[in-house]
Design a protein around this ligand. Structure first.
Ligand code: ZN
Ligand code: ZN
Length: 313
């Protein structure tokens, strides 16, 4: 059945690729036996199809990059390698950071920056760090009152996006990779976060204040608006860390990996410049019937900084 789906995706039959993506999200290993076939048929997008790639597939992809014969596929091949998070892929990205592979002049980012697209950070010092969690939970919504402290830029009341506490074992598991302990309340401006990444200073007693590091972009909303009257709270577990859905109702997710609508955008912590950890994703479809886009929540626990950014199609 997956064989047929792979061939249908290669023929660009409507819905086939989306169905493959769902299979990959619900059980990445189910695609593992079909990855050679996907490469053969040049189904190289989205790179999330390749999360379960084993060493053989990774070696084949690395050889493809280094041969120089697939330079027009270079961006997609590097994205796939980033999503495999395989030690061979890590070694190759580090090698290409110093000696770019054939065709690299057409890329917009360096080899190590591709790792961020797969949800991990590779430091030049040899260190690596997972930015996303190994477990995920649905985010559900409960009524919440907007923070009367208004947005310093547009004046809208601030939105209490999430109210979490690691005393809840689900939160502790979903945020384990961040090192956070305590209550995590994140407030943001639901309007201005659509224009730039907004940072919030957070404390383990639930404190959340607008960061003085926020820099207004050239263009900002000229109106005020009440934020969604809900906060996200943890719900039941998801079967895999990959089932966040930025498009559908019920897709909001705590922990795991986000579904990015555009390229991955893990912000850098404004205090230390390290990439921030992923906390969760709140889909617009869960906020109102016509909702679109998604809010992405980030944290750098050691600096006490949280962030929200937004993407739409
Ligand atoms: Zn605002
Ligand atoms: Zn930091």
């Amino acid at each position: 059945m997956i064989d047929e789906l792979v061939r249908a995706a290669a023929r660009e039959e409507p819905g086939a690729l989306e169905e493959l993506e769902r299979v990959a999200a619900a059980g990445p290993d189910r695609l593992a036996p079909h990855l050679d076939q996907l490469i053969e048929l040049e189904v190289l997008w989205p790179p999330t199809l390749y999360r379960a790639a084993g060493a053989d597939v990774v070696r084949r992809l690395v050889e493809r990059v280094e041969s120089g014969r697939y330079a027009e596929q270079l961006d997609r091949l590097l994205l796939i390698l980033a999503h495999t998070r395989d030690p061979l892929a890590e070694a190759a990205l580090r090698r290409w950071d110093g000696t770019p592979p054939p065709g690299a002049s057409r890329l917009h980012i360096g080899a190590l920056a591709y790792a961020l697209q797969g949800g991990w950070a590779l430091g030049r010092d040899g260190g690596s760090r997972e930015l996303c969690g190994p477990v995920a939970y649905r985010l559900e919504f409960s009524a919440a009152v907007a923070d009367p402290a208004g947005c310093p830029w547009c004046g809208s009341p601030l939105w209490p996006v999430v109210d979490l506490d690691t005393a809840d074992p689900r939160v502790a598991a979903a945020l384990a990779h961040t090192g956070w302990r305590g209550r995590l309340r994140l407030t943001t401006c639901h309007l201005c976060s659509c224009y730039t990444t907004l940072f919030t200073e957070v404390t383990p007693d639930g404190g959340a204040t607008w960061s003085t590091r926020n820099v207004p972009p050239g263009h900002l909303p000229r109106w005020t608006e009440d934020p969604p009257a809900v906060s996200a709270v943890p719900g039941p577990p998801r079967a895999t860390p990959y089932q966040a859905d930025a498009w559908s109702r019920g897709g909001s997710t705590l922990g795991g990996h986000p579904q990015w609508i555009q390229d991955a955008e893990h912000p850098s912590c404004p205090t230390c410049d390290e990439p921030m950890d992923h906390v969760g994703m709140v889909g617009g479809a869960d906020l109102d019937d016509l909702g679109e886009g998604a809010y992405y929540l980030h944290l750098h626990a050691s600096c006490g900084v949280a962030a929200v950014n937004y993407q739409q199609s």
